[in-house]
Design a protein around this ligand. Structure first.
Ligand code: WT7
Length: 695
């Protein structure tokens, strides 16, 4: 970790007070005033045992827990001794309570035919039947409680079914975002020792087919060569684009030792009586891989009861969810990210509010009269499905701004009541656009700050209680003891930049980095501790400040990860991909500000002499740049494509050989003068060279 958080010079004075629930069409706010919030927050951190016992009481337990918390920092055990099942809490209990015919999931596919897009509605009873069948099929493939099932799928209803089916039988799911390349699959499958993969033949994205099955075939081949055998692959037929595979007979198609099965054979022919497995509170519910600063992705481990308790509460309070009140919630995130886990699926299903899943892109098809790539699909979806709460990312909002105000203006967005944003700090300008053009100045905006590691929201406005300021995630969630501290753990005064920490455990916190105790301890608990007791604090790796009203302003990551379009990427992942190209000797990757993506990737690359020798006449030019960009897309995925590649003769390093990223960041950002001490720089000429390159 290198950079220090900088004091944010942005001063934002606009304040938007909460509005009465009635004016928005809610019969009430769960928390309806700032005094109520403050009293509850004080109680939640002052007497966490009572507070969380009550929250856990909203879940259905097979066996009640004996103890709320055992805390041996950094290890927490929540709801000790309890037995519970996640699928039961999302599905079966609603059927038991007589809500089986209510809509659980509204799904819309991307392609638009003559009769409009394909739409499916799944009730809680449908989910009960389908998760039971899928669970039975997984058991038949040898999946047992405690195993990790890898899921690499498009946003189709079977994805929700697959996740819940794993939970049903106590297998952990590890969902890999469908935009990742085969290499990402192999890496994660090996790390999780996973033997079964669920995928689809393809997924629809912007009118094209994403070749998921082809990627899985490549991955299982590579894995077999490495000695890791994937036993079974279960394949949903979504695009049917590949006539060759179309004719496969289930279970007989193989690549090496790996057997392939069609979902429509294996699942539909499975029995539908598969009960929910009672799981220990602390049994693993899922792994979700996230980028780290040292290259290899980290398998963030979440356990069952604590995650459920935290996510049902944060979903309910942040979005004022009320079952049976006509709400339709839409979070546009892919389920391959934690936002989709918590706020497309678990948080919504537990609260019995219908959740909308959309398969594709916001710009497909193009809006009438607009060029390809400019669309209004999201506003059309909101209007047709009468979405009441809408949750998306700043990078998407900036894209919509670029596409023009006339697109949302054409649609009836009057069903909307609450707008949410997540993924990175939102620029006040984008916040105001969202407020005016989507919320039509009526809807509160909840800017939710959290991480894969936190399970759910840790800083967010509660729409009925907390006044908002554009660009601030405002105040801590109930039960979250957040603070801005210095390296010594001392709390800092107003507007001083420092480290964002959480001083007490909370139920949704990660329980580990899968298979890597050292990384868990050093990444999250090794940097800051309580100056009096020496007990470690959770450090989020974000720099932030609090203003005079106690509002948090997140400044972004201080380690070597970059947020590109809201997706966290490790600089090492991209550098490793570049270095695996025969032309590249060394690479350093930094973020640079980008209007739409938030940050774009700038790669500094030095070339191998051998490449020049083997390719006489070729120069480091735009053709090579294109090659390198395509190579990164292939190795890591399209979202990791560098926007800029700069060839250089050497990279600036410290005496101990560390690349001076801060300096490169300055170069990439076009900062005029060298803003830091460069006395440890190995070769000044390198910097001079890079700067000259700029002219
Ligand atoms: C990082 C976590 C949280 C789910 C999706 C991303 C940044 C996230 C905000 C926000 C400022 C934010 C932080 C955080 N971040 N939300 N509302 N305001 N920054 O999860 O991929 O684990 O990324 O996203 O830097 O550490 P993730």
């Amino acid at each position: 970790m290198s950079a220090q958080p900088i004091d944010n010079l942005l001063v934002e004075n606009r304040v938007f007070p909460p509005v009465p629930a009635g004016t928005l069409g809610f019969d009430r706010w769960h928390i309806g005033s700032i005094d109520e919030y403050r009293a509850l927050h004080a109680r939640s951190v002052g007497d966490p045992e009572t507070f969380w016992r009550e929250e856990a009481g909203r879940l259905d337990w097979f066996t009640p827990f004996d103890k709320v918390l055992e805390w041996n920092a950094p290890d927490a055990k929540w709801f000790v001794g309890g037995r519970i099942n996640a699928c039961y809490n999302c599905v079966d209990r609603h059927v038991q309570a007589g809500h089986g015919e209510e809509t659980a999931i509204i799904w819309e596919g991307e392609p638009v035919g003559a009769g409009g897009p394909e739409i499916k509605r799944l009730t809680y009873r449908d989910l009960q039947v389908q998760t039971s069948k899928c669970a039975a099929a997984l058991k038949a493939l040898g999946v047992k409680k405690g195993d990790v099932v890898t899921i690499y799928m498009p946003m189709v209803p079977e994805l929700a079914v697959a996740i819940l089916a794993c939970a049903r039988i106590g297998a952990a799911h590890s969902v890999i975002f469908g935009g990742f390349a085969p290499h990402a699959i192999t890496e994660r499958v090996v790390d999780a020792s996973s033997r079964v993969i669920i995928t689809a033949d393809g997924g629809w994205r912007r009118g094209d087919v994403v070749p998921l099955l082809k990627n899985v075939e490549e991955a299982v081949g590579t894995l077999a060569n490495q000695g890791h055998i994937v036993n079974h692959v279960l394949v949903v037929q979504r695009t049917a684009h590949d006539a060759g595979r179309h004719g496969w007979a289930s279970g007989t198609a193989r690549i090496g030792p790996t057997k392939f099965h069609w979902w429509h054979d294996a699942v539909y022919h499975a029995g539908d009586a598969c009960p929910c497995e009672p799981m220990d509170s602390e049994d693993m519910l899922f792994l979700l891989y996230t980028s780290g600063s040292t290259g290899k992705p980290k398998g963030i481990l979440h356990t069952t009861a604590g995650y459920l308790a935290f996510v049902q509460m944060t979903a309910r309070l942040t979005f004022n969810l009320q079952p049976g009140a006509g709400q339709v919630f839409w979070c546009s995130a892919d389920i391959g990210w934690v936002t989709g886990h918590s706020y497309v699926l678990y948080g919504l299903l537990m609260n019995r509010v219908p959740t909308l899943m959309y398969e594709g892109a916001p710009n497909f098809p193009a809006a009438p009269g607009k060029p390809a790539g400019v669309g209004d699909r999201f506003w059309d979806i909101i209007a047709r499905h009468k979405v009441t709460q809408f949750y998306t990312a700043p990078t998407a909002i900036r894209t919509f701004m670029k596409w023009g105000d006339d697109l949302p203006a054409k649609h009836d967005l009057s069903s909307l009541r609450i707008l949410g944003t997540v993924g990175e700090p939102i620029n006040p300008e984008a916040w105001m656009w969202y407020h005016e053009h989507i919320g039509r100045k009526r809807c509160p905006i909840v800017d939710t700050y959290w991480q894969t590691e936190t399970g759910g929201h840790v800083g967010t406005p509660l729409p009925g209680a907390i006044a908002t300021k554009p660009g601030s995630c405002t105040l801590p969630m109930l039960g979250i003891d957040a603070a801005i501290v210095n390296e010594q753990g001392q709390e800092l005064g107003p507007n001083q930049g420092g480290l964002f920490v959480i001083r007490k455990p909370w139920p949704g916190m990660l329980r580990g980095v899968y298979g890597n105790r050292e990384r868990f301890v050093s990444n999250y608990w090794g940097r800051v501790k309580d100056p009096r007791t020496g007990v470690p604090y959770y450090f989020s790796a974000d720099g932030a400040r609090r203003d005079a009203d106690g509002y948090f302003w997140i400044q972004g990551r201080i380690d070597d990860v970059i947020k590109v379009s809201g997706h966290l990427l490790g600089t090492m992942e991209v550098e490793s991909a570049l270095v695996s190209h025969p032309a590249v000797a060394e690479a350093a990757v930094v973020g640079m500000p980008h209007d739409i993506k938030g940050n774009a990737i700038c790669a500094f690359v030095t070339l191998r002499a051998s490449w020049a020798a083997k390719n006489p006449g070729r120069k480091p030019d735009d053709d090579l740049r294109k090659d390198l960009i395509a190579h990164v897309a292939k190795e890591v995925g399209a979202l990791a494509k560098p926007d800029q590649i700069r060839f250089s003769e050497g990279l600036p390093k410290t005496r101990s050989g560390k690349i001076m990223r801060r300096l490169l960041r300055d170069v990439a950002c076009g900062v005029e003068k060298i803003t830091q001490d460069t006395t440890t720089l190995e070769d000044y000429s390198v910097v001079a060279k890079l700067r000259a390159d700029e002219e």
